[in-house]
Design a protein around this ligand. Sequence first.
Ligand SMILES: Nc1nc2c(ncn2[C@@H]2O[C@H](COP(=O)(O)OP(=O)(O)OP(=O)(O)O)[C@@H](O)[C@H]2O)c(=O)[nH]1
Ligand SMILES: [Mg+2]
Length: 184
Amino acid sequence: MDLTYLLSALEPASWPELSLPEIALAGRSNVGKSTFLNLLAGKKLAKVSSTPGKTQRMQFFQAKEYILVDLPGYGYAKAPAAAQAEWSEAVHAYLEKRPQLKKLLLLLDIRRDPSQDDLQLADWASKNPKLELLPVLTKTDLVSKNECEKREKQILEALSPYNLIEIPLSVPAPRKIVWNRVCK
Ligand SMILES: Nc1nc2c(ncn2[C@@H]2O[C@H](COP(=O)(O)OP(=O)(O)OP(=O)(O)O)[C@@H](O)[C@H]2O)c(=O)[nH]1
Ligand SMILES: [Mg+2]
């Protein structure tokens, strides 16, 4: 996928003024959002770190017909409270006030049950008829195939009250990343 870095921002005044549709990557801190974006790009564009809280601003990347947005993660208790409040306010503003936002990829660690924050986000997204919600399961290389399939069912079950869009695997993903419901 031909992706280029556009800008990073928090405040709405700094968001890009393009009218292209936007696809945002959301999820807990450390779940693998930036890694997934790099996988889609086929190169290292977004910063990845084993320390949670790496992405502290919204990172906008441009493809030909849309913009991908790497969001700061939530649920990282060790981040300073003031910084957390700032990211969380910016992400809420983005989710609520961005008409260009058309798809929300919710990244979930295959080993963990969806958190309250994950479920809250899925619930919010399911109430917005103009927004498609797509789950992406990460870190599947860290569990066995059986465990992967079992966990996948459990996670999708937990998300079943929300309107998930299921799409077939169409990106050449390595084993470690699952694009919607595929355990290999
Ligand atoms: N084994 C394995 N490690 C992964 C996978 N995805 C991400 N990681 C690792 O998990 C850590 C966090 O990855 P990031 O992509 O930085 O996570 P993030 O969701 O962008 O985190 P924040 O920016 O803090 O919100 C890094 O050490 C990655 O190498 C995966 O599918 N498998
Ligand atoms: Mg990140």
